[in-house]
Ligand binder design. Structure first.
Ligand code: GLV
Length: 309
């Protein structure tokens, strides 16, 4: 851990930048806070700042002058995969209430499929009385890709509804909420028996396209939920798998390209539920709390779980 120098100028490029600045202004009044929408960000804004708080980055600017980037969400790929930071730059992230929000999102989607809400809504719009019966959620099997704080809360919540949860992690171990946690090699034997595949994965070279044709080909009518990152799922392969029946339905919150282009076939697909990257937004005070918690830990020279590197 290098020597920590407190930031004097903090740039806020998050959509909620002004609200985050309002919280920080009270707590660290001596720090200069520059709120800039990402689209309007200039190189001189970046060059003046010591630290930056945001969710997305831009590849046309040079970010190497920053000493600290704090992500306002949990996924830090915009800063660790898409742009170059100075080698020693601190990167930290926010989790706040995300695990619970994600658990509620996933529960709502699984129940939407078992309760057949999309079909019932279509019937209602057509004033059609057709007694479509709900299916049971209890007793089904979920494979949750990602066993960090989010995947774990999803599993704990689903297991309370008597869903059996298998996790995919980087190493096999016991994790609360999961019946079992397997690694990549152990995955295949579970795929044929699962009813749900839930992606809660960060975007890394290893996870890019993991929800792709080889995995879908092993499924027997499972539904796919993706709340990690869009590029962990191959949308073309998903559309094929929906066609062949390997995948019975999908609920997607994240996409290869965001906003999802208006001409994407996912929008109008009868078996696909689309939401605009809203499964688990962080709140302004959670972002400020996380930023300050990392700051205090760095000043004290102690490790902090929200530090990425
Ligand atoms: C949301 O996508 C996040 O990474 O926080």
């Amino acid at each position: 851990m290098g020597e920590f120098e407190a930031p004097h100028v903090v740039l806020l490029i998050d959509d909620d930048g002004a609200a985050i600045a309002d919280v920080l202004r009270e707590r660290v009044p001596d720090v200069r806070l520059h709120v800039r929408p990402l689209v309007a960000l200039t190189q001189s804004d970046l060059d003046e700042a010591d630290a930056c708080i945001g969710f997305r980055s831009r590849g046309d600017l040079d970010w190497r002058g920053l000493r600290w980037v704090h992500c306002s969400g949990a996924g830090h790929d915009a800063f660790t995969q898409s742009i170059e930071l100075a080698p020693g730059a601190l990167v930290s992230r926010t989790i706040g209430g995300m695990p619970q929000r994600m658990a509620e999102y996933v529960t709502a989607r699984l129940l939407a499929f078992t309760q057949r809400l999309p079909e019932l809504l279509r019937q209602q719009q057509a004033r059609e009385w057709n007694r479509l019966k709900p299916r049971a959620l209890a007793g089904t099997h979920a494979l949750i890709l990602g066993v960090g704080p989010m995947g774990q809360r999803v599993a704990e919540t689903l297991s309370q509804l008597e869903v059996h949860c298998t996790g995919l992690g980087t190493h096999a171990r016991a994790v609360e909420g999961f019946d079992t946690v397997v690694t990549g090699e152990g995955l295949d034997e579970h795929l044929e028996a699962v009813d749900w595949v839930v992606g809660v994965l960060p975007l890394t070279p290893a996870t890019r396209g993991l929800l792709g044709a080889p995995l879908f080909a092993r499924l027997r009518g499972a539904c796919v939920v993706n709340i990690g990152r869009g590029a962990t799922l191959d949308e073309t392969a998903l559309l094929v798998a929906l066609e062949t029946g390997h995948v019975a339905g999908a609920a997607l919150d994240v996409f290869e390209q965001e906003p999802l282009p208006a001409d994407s076939p996912l929008w109008g697909h009868p078996q696909v539920l689309v939401s605009p990257h809203v499964a688990a937004p962080t709140l302004a005070h959670e972002v400020a709390d996380a930023f300050l918690a990392v700051w205090h830990a760095r000043e004290a020279g102690t490790p902090h779980p929200l530090v990425v590197r």
